[in-house]
Write a protein that binds this ligand. Structure first.
Ligand SMILES: N[C@@H](CCC(=O)N[C@@H](CS)C(=O)NCC(=O)O)C(=O)O
Length: 258
């Protein structure tokens, strides 16, 4: 049995949902309510001590880190092969996975600025305090409280957006020559990149699609695959998430204001 600990607004578990869909595997969803900070409570920390999603359980095997989980799925299950047979293309796939993982930190800053912080701050301070005091680790509660109370500096957001843009430039250059990120073979790198390109953040990020036609065509190809509906469309944001996205796209996003 495969269980995925998942949250719909996040990029890292979406990579794994896409991979499971491409492989045609059945799996059970364990939704971790991030808005309630369930990822920082004992039950989940016992599975994933870092308190991050995703976590995958396959029978007795427990795995963390989206890219490691994807390599495990690829090595363990039958179905379409998503690692290029050519060793050079395969090396490129791994380089892209690394680049995407490095870009994740920049993406997190923009996500926190545009979506996560506004979402948490809509709570009444007393409700927020009650939520934080119910966490098992008081130091983690303090860290989260400080995080919620501190604005992310505009310069940090700009730097993060610059990092994302430079990866998108690299991607645009690649897609001028090839159909997929590692060449002509569709691979784990394409799956891992999708959630960062097809994200609500782009509602407020200066319509970059219009400037990068190679990525726009790649995105259309990705959306046409059956895995897109199975792994992305089937997991829409909750009402709370939709509100946060609407708020950001109505002008909260720094890019929109620029
Ligand atoms: N390198 C990790 C990153 C996981 C990660 O950053 N997950 C984010 C969502 S995309 C998360 O759980 N954030 C919750 C938090 O930071 O409290 C992976 O690939 O699994």
């Amino acid at each position: 049995m495969i269980e995925l600990y998942d949250f719909e607004l996040f990029a890292s578990p979406a990579k794994v949902r896409l991979h499971l869909a491409e492989k045609g595997l059945n799996w059970t969803r364990r939704r971790v309510d991030i808005t309630n900070l369930d990822h920082k409570r004992e039950a989940y920390l016992a599975l994933n001590p870092a308190g991050l999603v995703p976590t995958l359980r396959h029978d007795e095997a427990l795995l963390v880190e989206a890219d490691v989980i994807m390599e495990y799925i690829e090595d363990t299950f039958p179905g379409p092969i998503l690692r290029p047979a050519d060793t050079y293309e395969r090396a490129w796939m791994r380089l892209w996975l690394k680049t995407i993982e490095q870009m994740h930190d920049a993406y997190s800053i923009t996500f926190q600025d545009q979506i996560a912080l506004p979402m948490h701050r809509r709570r009444h301070p007393e409700e927020r305090h009650a939520l934080l005091s119910s966490l098992p680790d008081p130091f983690e509660a303090l860290r989260i409280e400080r995080w919620m109370d501190t604005d992310i500096a505009g310069a940090d957001v700009e730097r993060a957006l610059g990092t994302i843009d430079s990866v998108f430039d690299q991607m645009e250059g690649q897609l001028a020559d090839t159909t997929w990120l590692t060449g002509e073979t569709f691979s784990l790198a394409d799956l891992a990149m999708l959630p960062y390109v097809d994200t609500p953040l782009h509602l407020v990020s200066a319509l970059w699609y219009q400037r990068k036609p190679g990525i726009a065509h790649w995105l259309a190809r990705m959306r046409a695959r059956p895995s897109y509906d199975a792994a992305i469309t089937a997991f829409p944001p909750s009402a709370e998430g939709l509100e946060a996205i609407a708020l950001a796209s109505a002008g909260g996003g720094r890019r929109a204001a620029a």
